[in-house]
Design a protein around this ligand. Sequence first.
Ligand code: NIG
Ligand code: FE
Length: 440
Amino acid sequence: MASPRGRQGAGGSGGAGDGRPARTLFVNAAQVVTCAGPARARRGAEMNDAAVRTGVAVLVDPAAGTIVDVAPERDLRAAAPDAAIEDCGGGVLLPGFVDSHTHAIFGRARYEEQELRAAGVGYLEIARRGGGIHSSVRDLRTRSEEELLTLGAARLRRLIAHGTTTIEVKSGYGLTLESELTTLRVIRRLGAVLGVRLVPTFLGAHEVPLEYREAPRTRAGYLELLTREMIPAVAREGLARFCDVFCEPGVYTAAESRMVLEAARAHGLALKLHADELENGAGAELAAELGATSADHLAAISPTGIEALARSGTVATLLPGTMLFLGRTKQAPARALVEGGAAVALASDFNPGTSPTVNLPLILTLGVSQLRLSVAEAIIAATVNGAAALGLAGNVGQLAPGFAADIALFAAEDHREIPYWYGDNRCLRAWSAGVRTGPA
Ligand code: NIG
Ligand code: FE
């Protein structure tokens, strides 16, 4: 396991020496959805087992931030008689959700586009008119770092309140060197402010900014800025773990995406790709070929794309909230991906244009009702495989010894209620590394 138990507290049977118990024991859960198993992406039939246990308690070491054991309560009480007790009140415990794809740092909301789309103006047409991502870019460039921090904190707290404890956050609404660096610095600061695990991704290739579409500037000039200045600066400051590109007909071509991702890889960043979101652009094939950690969206993936992902180590991250919100009827072929042997993750795509939802349990609902995943597959997709989509499968996504004590408690007797009560928020409490993070 990549994450050892780490620093241990003062031992199972003793206190911390300062009057604080060294351990916390979570008792009285109707079910503990452990997702326990190999510390790697689950693929194909492996996804259909969330390792749900009854009659067990969870022992946590808050000093180390890890789970010590999941076992019958009496055994754990004997092992840690001084543990503080966390009464789950007959609810259901899960690993905190891992939301592996968000664009959570933005200024104003874009509610006006919802009506435009309802009136028949498509997402890419809105962008062609200077709206969409361009509108968020114009807005973000007017904001200070402090403003973005305040807005981002409030929004991420809403994600956490729904049981999410690891969140990937992309830049991509600045599209200048300075505004992209500011966004990534905000993400870094937010991790400390919120006490949850945030994973930063550089998405300077979210769009070609409007000022690079007019002479004397050119599209090639922006690609040069990305590869020669922005990526090296992001890497130098250690501001991102991943680099992503919006590879889509009308946005970035596969050839341009390759150029950006190869530069990112040369600077030590791991790779992600917005692939085949609205129209097919052979993005899945490119992600697999480049060894990207994930290929995301995939509503328009081709059969060869499915095969390429199934044969690769690239996680297929599906974002059904986006297609729902855009009013599109075509969802990613989740069953073909799972049955073909790919590792499928689910995420929110939280952003102001195509998926303004903070509700990961609702994404599970869509995973079941729109993508036809089983509940177990949807849960694995939003925990273990979400972690794998961030290169964190050894650390988070399971309630198992040695894993981070990232835990969410839901008001339910059975875990299948979580996607069932759709749109409701049944998350009662959440912990990150054994420390309470939400809801307030
Ligand atoms: O994942 N596809 C590109 N990015 C976002 C949308 C961003 C926006 O419209 O602001 C997405 O759908
Ligand atoms: Fe996205």
